[in-house]
Structure formats: structure tokens, C-alpha cells
Design a protein around this ligand. Structure first.
Ligand code: GTP
Ligand code: GTP
Length: 461
């Protein structure tokens, strides 16, 4: 059974995280033998997968010197398979912390830097400050506000083998052997821990949204309303596809079409309410008609909400168009959605509609992608050697390091000396380089130039 250790200085939230993870277990928790006063180890379950969790908290004020933390952390880390190093996101990164973290990384075990107390979006964004630790995986979270725990669990699940059924039955032995031989990574790739994708079907009147919904949902309509524990908004419709719930957001309006037809204001309002709850937008365009300004305004909302996107060129059966010319026309008109794949379909005849399902899975995987820190920094370094950052009134502009601090969509902080001098075109260049190197089709990438906190001069660089 894999063993996870929670490490970090006093008061960063280790016990709180321990309790949260332990509370969500499914199996009966028992105190693990060898429990000492300071180190608690329990068997827990993460989504039905058992593991051991050790909390190294409990250092009292007198022993709360950094040396004690270090000794305890190193000894717990040596026994563990996976290391979670917690820091307090309300504080600035601390050089001692960084050094300890570095010595833990050198143990060569999967190690995540968990930036706790990121209670709100502003705190979460500040988590990039800890990018100077050079962690391969940086996860901002707030135990007390229950934010980011699913990201943490998702990361942990990539290491925990799926052992939903214990091998009690003798006959299952062969199957069991096959099962355990697989790499954990293959069992659970980059899939979301909560396998629901919220999908918004948007577009102006009469482009074929309702027809597309029917074609996508088909016979399986509302299958998952029976699935225990899934709460579905009555205005939504869901299907199960490859063990993932596709939840089509706010389809009620599409079912009662014709009622408020033609009102531009309504179209935009509905689009906004849909997009607020959406991960992936299916932007439906009518390939048999010229694109309109309303198409453009609706499309621009996808950019505003920073969503994954697939452009569906519908009515292809009557478009009499050439694929190359049509896609060029889309690219020309919807420049800000250059990242979105284009698919031509006929919702009426259902031609190629089935391909949209796999495309949704792929785009969502990209939307949730976490780029390993070392690969990200290699790329940024190489890109800036190939094309130097333009100087700022003769002063050198430098990127110290890059750190991805969020997913859905990927958000990357570029920590630099003169963030204001980062030109839009250089950002675009970096984004293009990222898209060339990593699978990011269909997702926006958010690059945020930042300057390090004043109290942080000693670290990084
Ligand atoms: N704002 C905020 N406070 C938190 C969060 N998580 C924990 N805390 C608080 O931080 C304090 C320390 O939490 P603990 O879980 O006891 O921290 P610990 O790392 O186990 O501390 P030691 O047992 O001393 O090693 C408590 O007052 C928690 O309520 C969080 O996400 N946000
Ligand atoms: N030829 C053809 N007609 C289609 C296709 N998809 C939809 N239509 C037709 O286009 C018209 C509008 O389709 P709807 O699905 O109602 O469009 P909508 O976007 O939901 O429309 P509103 O609810 O009014 O916004 C209907 O007459 C459909 O039969 C298609 O792929 N090919």
C-alpha cells in the first residue's frame, strides 16, 4: 500500500488536511501500529483506493524550531512513497522552507508542493510566489474553504492503483494479476477526479443547437439521473460517455425553442448564464449562411469566460462548401478562438456528430492539463534564447521562471523582473511555443507576468 506523508512547518494546516482526507475515507479507519505521539498514520481511502497517510504535525512551540521540522520531515519522507509538502500561502516563501523542500525532492519520490490557505481567488493567484521552489507539481488549496482538494486528490490518484474490488475470490486471481501489473498512470491518466464535464451548446438562433443536442444526447438522454450521488439541475441533461458524465448545461431553453426566438439580447443573456456553468463550449455556427456579428459576439463570450471550446460548423449537408475555405473563413472571423478545433457536422443527419464526444474528452483533458514545471521552464528558457525579450527602455527584461498554478484552463505565472514590459506579441509567441510542445488544443492558456514579492528576494532567480 502506498504511503503518503504530510510535511511542513507547524501551523500550515497539516492536521486539517489530514482530517479532511481521513474523513472522506470509505473503509474503516484504524490507527496504524507504530503510531507515535507526534506522527499519526492512518489507512485512508481516496476515491475507493486505499493508502496510508502520515501527519507529522504536533510539534509544540518549544520544538517548533526549524531544525525539528527538518529532522521529522526527512525521516517521515524516507518512509513514504509520496510527499506532500505544505506551506502557508498567506505568507511569503521562506528560504528555509525552500531548502528543505529541495532536499525532499532529492529523495526522488513524487513530491507536490501544496500551497494551503489559498482561501479565495486572490490568494490562489499568489500561490505562484512559491514557484521559486521549483516544484514539479504546485497545488494551491484551502483546506478550511474546501478549495483545490479535488486537484490534490486527482494528482494522488495518478499514483494509487485502482483496487476497487479486493481480490477475495480465488477465481479472480489471473485477472487480478493482470490488473496490478499495469502502471498506475495508465489506469488513471489525466482524468478529472470528479468525472463530470459541463458542456454549453451556444450559438445564435436557428443554427441548430436543439438539433445538435438531440443528436448528441440521443437515446441515452438523462441516463445519469439515476446515478447515485449525482445531482442534476432540472434544466440540464446528462449522458454517460466513457465513464464520464457529459452534462449539457441549461438545455431547457433549447427544448422550448421558438418561444423567445430572434431576440439578440436574449441570445446573449442565455449564452452568459450557460457559460457561467460550463467547462467546454460547443460554439454552433451555420455553415450554410454567412457568419454574422451576433455569431461573433457570442463567440467572444467564450474567450471572456476562459473556456475550452469546439467550433461546430453545422448544416454541412446543405453548405455546399469546401472544408478548407470554410475553416479559413472561421479562423479569419473568430481569431480569438484560434485554439478551438473545428468540426463540420450535420445535426439533422447526425453525420460526424458522434465524433464530438471524443473531441470533448480530448479538449477537456487539455483544459485540465498540468505541465510539469521542469518541462515548462525548459521551454520558456529555450524560447527566450531563440527570441530575446525586447528590452524596456534599454533595460534588460528577464523571465526568472514559470510556474503553472492552476488548471481548467492552465494558468501560468511568468515571474520576471519587469512584468509590465512583457509585450502582447511576446506572450503570443510563448503561447504558440507551448501549443507546439504540449497537447493543448481546445483550451485557452492564461499567461500572467508577475514580479516576485518584495520579501522574497533571497529565493529563486
Ligand atoms: N485560512 C485558512 N486557515 C487554515 C486553513 N487550513 C488550516 N487553517 C488553520 O491553520 C491553523 C493550523 O492548522 P493545523 O491543521 O493545525 O496545522 P498543522 O500544520 O497541523 O500544525 P501543527 O500541528 O502545529 O504542525 C488552524 O488554525 C487552522 O484552522 C486554510 O485553508 N485556510
Ligand atoms: N439541413 C440541415 N438543417 C438543420 C441542421 N441542423 C438543424 N437544422 C434545421 O435548422 C432549423 C433550426 O434548428 P434548431 O435545432 O431548432 O436550431 P436552434 O439553434 O436550436 O434554434 P433556436 O432554438 O431557435 O435558437 C431546423 O429547421 C432544423 O431542422 C443540419 O445539420 N442540416
Amino acid at each position: 500500500m502506498l504511503h503518503i506523508a504530510l510535511l511542513g512547518k507547524p501551523n500550515v494546516g497539516k492536521s486539517s488536511l489530514f482530517n479532511r482526507l481521513a474523513k472522506e475515507r470509505i473503509a474503516i479507519t484504524s490507527d496504524f501500529s507504530g503510531t507515535t505521539r507526534d506522527v499519526r498514520t492512518q489507512q485512508i481511502d481516496i476515491d475507493g483506493r486505499p493508502c496510508l497517510l502520515t501527519d507529522t504535525g504536533g510539534l509544540d512551540e518549544s520544538s517548533a524550531l526549524f531544525g525539528a521540522v527538518k529532522t521529522m520531515s526527512l525521516s517521515a519522507a524516507k518512509k513514504a512513497d509520496i510527499i506532500l509538502y505544505l506551506v502557508d500561502g498567506k505568507n511569503y516563501p521562506d528560504e528555509e522552507d525552500r531548502k528543505l523542500f529541495y532536499s525532499l525532492v532529492k529523495l526522488g519520490k513524487p513530491t507536490a508542493l501544496v500551497v494551503n490557505k489559498a482561501d479565495n481567488d486572490k490568494d490562489k493567484e499568489r500561490a505562484w510566489e512559491f514557484g521559486s521552489f521549483g516544484a514539479e507539481v504546485l497545488i494551491p488549496m484551502s483546506v478550511s474553504h474546501n478549495r483545490g482538494t479535488s486537484n490534490l486528490k486527482k494528482w494522488l490518484l495518478t499514483f494509487l492503483p485502482a483496487l476497487e474490488e479486493a481480490p477475495q475470490i480465488e477465481e479472480d486471481e489471473d485477472e487480478w494479476d493482470d490488473f496490478t501489473e499495469e502502471e498506475p498512470e495508465e489506469l488513471l491518466p489525466e482524468e478529472p477526479q470528479d468525472p463530470t464535464i459541463n458542456i454549453g451548446i451556444i450559438g445564435r438562433v436557428n443554427v441548430g443547437k436543439s438539433s445538435l443536442l438531440n443528436a448528441l444526447v440521443g437515446e441515452e438522454r438523462a441516463v445519469v439521473s439515476d446515478v447515485a450521488g449525482t445531482t442534476i439541475d432540472p434544466v440540464d441533461e446528462s449522458i454517460m460517455y466513457n465513464e464520464t458524465i457529459f452534462n449539457f448545461v441549461d438545455t431547457a431553453g433549447l427544448r422550448q425553442r421558438g418561444r423567445i426566438e430572434g431576440i439578440e439580447h436574449y441570445a446573449l443573456k442565455r449564452t452568459q448564464s450557460v457559460l457561467e456553468r460550463t467547462d467546454i463550449a460547443l460554439l454552433v455556427l451555420d455553415a450554410s449562411q454567412p457568419f454574422t456579428e451576433l455569431d461573433e459576439r457570442i463567440a467572444s463570450l467564450v474567450e471572456k469566460y476562459e473556456l475550452g471550446c469546439i467550433i461546430v460548423l453545422n448544416k454541412w449537408d446543405i453548405a455546399h462548401a469546401d472544408f478548407k475555405n470554410s475553416t479559413e473563413a472561421v479562423r479569419d472571423r473568430f481569431k480569438f478562438l484560434a485554439y478551438a478545433p473545428i468540426i463540420t457536422v450535420s445535426a439533422l443527419s447526425k453525420k460526424r456528430v458522434a465524433k464530438i464526444h471524443d473531441l470533448i474528452l480530448q479538449v477537456h483533458e487539455n483544459y485540465a492539463r498540468r505541465i510539469p514545471t521542469s518541462k515548462l521552464n525548459e521551454l520558456v528558457e529555450e524560447a527566450s534564447i531563440r527570441h530575446h525579450l525586447p528590452s524596456d527602455q534599454g533595460k534588460l527584461v528577464k523571465i526568472y521562471f514559470a510556474t503553472q498554478f492552476d488548471t481548467c484552463p492552465p494558468r501560468i505565472a511568468l515571474v520576471m523582473n519587469r512584468p509590465k514590459a512583457m509585450h502582447f506579441s511576446y506572450k503570443r509567441y510563448l503561447m504558440n511555443r507551448l501549443r507546439e510542445s504540449f497537447e493543448l488544443e481546445g483550451t485557452p492558456i492564461i499567461l500572467i507576468p508577475r514580479k516576485r514579492g518584495e520579501k522574497d528576494e533571497s529565493s529563486g532567480a
